[in-house]
Design a binder for this molecule. Structure first.
Ligand code: COA
Ligand code: MG
Length: 296
């Protein structure tokens, strides 16, 4: 199994915003997405793309916790007038990931992978896919399946909730009632494909309480983290997607119980009136490894 890679807080930074770009090294987010797509106006697209080389040349090494913030670039769709040139520029910058907008089919991912291979982009350059169109929802299982083939580079899904709302006409409500079936379907597909699954952005960045509720909802739904639009959202996301103190205590209890010699040969034991199986031990060990990785 691959080591846990935290992606609790993933902040979009418009490639056209110098002030925001200058902040990256000081931020406590697990990853940033340098955006060439929707955060950049058409008139600024080319200038934004030309900034990439400089951004990656001055890439911060490690933060105060000794971790390196993942750096991903969101390109314009390959079908747009900017897509091909974006991809060529990004391949040279060698980011940790390239986020593809408006993915509809597995082919959309495979095509980009071929371009990267042709440009000799190292294997460490992964592909992330925005799931934000009705077609992507209908093809979600087939897209996610690519995650089982390392050659596809596919590593992570992001729910594009703003576009899904726009393209389907569902009402955006605070409890996300009409989005939940799709979000859960994405989560399921991502797990089937061995991919990370990140939640969409919360637009109202001046409402920390509602943001915290949406993070808690996504964490309960099994998401790995949330995409963010503003630095003020980082801390709450880091907290919401880290294991809770209670979950950690339970995980330690399960681990300790199975470590007892009288339980060493057992597949199932009773712990405080609850049935605990070896699958719970595996789950507990995963949670503890996650906590260790983020220093919780
Ligand atoms: N990344 C890094 N820094 C950011 C940032 C971001 N996404 N958003 C804001 N900041 C910085 C600002 O530059 C500002 O810096 P300063 O203190 O040096 O002036 C500081 O944080 C406070 O910003 P604030 O004034 O509260 O926000 P704003 O009104 O300038 O910007 C948005 C609000 C929403 C326009 C801005 O946060 C943004 O562009 N977010 C990303 C949007 C995006 O990428 N969308 C596409 C994907 S959904
Ligand atoms: Mg979008």
């Amino acid at each position: 199994m691959e080591p846990y890679r935290p992606r609790r807080s993933v902040l979009y930074v418009p490639a056209s915003n110098e002030k925001a770009l200058a902040k990256i090294a000081q931020l406590a987010c697990d990853a940033v997405i340098i955006d060439l797509e929707d955060a950049v106006a058409p008139a600024d697209k080319i200038a934004a793309r030309e900034k990439l080389a400089g951004i990656f040349a001055n890439r911060p090494d490690a933060d105060h916790n000794g971790r390196r913030c993942e750096m991903v670039v969101r390109v314009n769709a390959l079908s747009s007038e900017w897509g091909a040139d974006d991809l060529a520029a990004v391949a040279k910058a060698e980011p940790d990931g390239i986020l593809l907008p408006k993915v509809d089919t597995p082919r959309d991912v495979l095509e980009v992978g071929d371009v990267l291979d042709d440009n000799f982009a190292p294997d460490t350059v992964k592909l992330w896919a925005m799931i934000e169109t009705p077609k992507a929802m209908l093809n979600i299982g087939a897209i996610a399946e690519l995650g089982r083939d390392p050659a596809s580079r596919l590593d992570c899904f992001i729910a594009g909730t703003n576009d899904l709302i726009k393209d389907t006409g569902v009402l955006a409500t605070l409890d996300r009632a009409y989005l939940l079936p799709w979000l859960m379907q994405m989560l399921l597909a991502a797990r089937a494909g061995g991919l990370d699954m990140l939640d969409g952005v919360f637009n109202d960045f001046r409402d920390p309480d509602a943001f915290a509720r949406e993070c808690a909802q996504a964490a309960a739904m099994g998401f790995d983290g949330k995409t963010l639009i503003h630095p003020s959202q980082i801390e709450a996301a880091n907290r919401a997607f880290a294991p809770s103190a209670q979950a950690l205590a339970e995980a330690r209890a399960v681990k300790d119980a199975f470590a007892l010699t009288q339980n060493s040969g057992k597949g199932v034991i009773a712990l405080n009136g609850r049935m605990v199986e070896r699958l719970h031990l595996a789950q507990a060990e995963k949670l503890l490894a996650k906590a260790a990785a983020i220093g919780a």
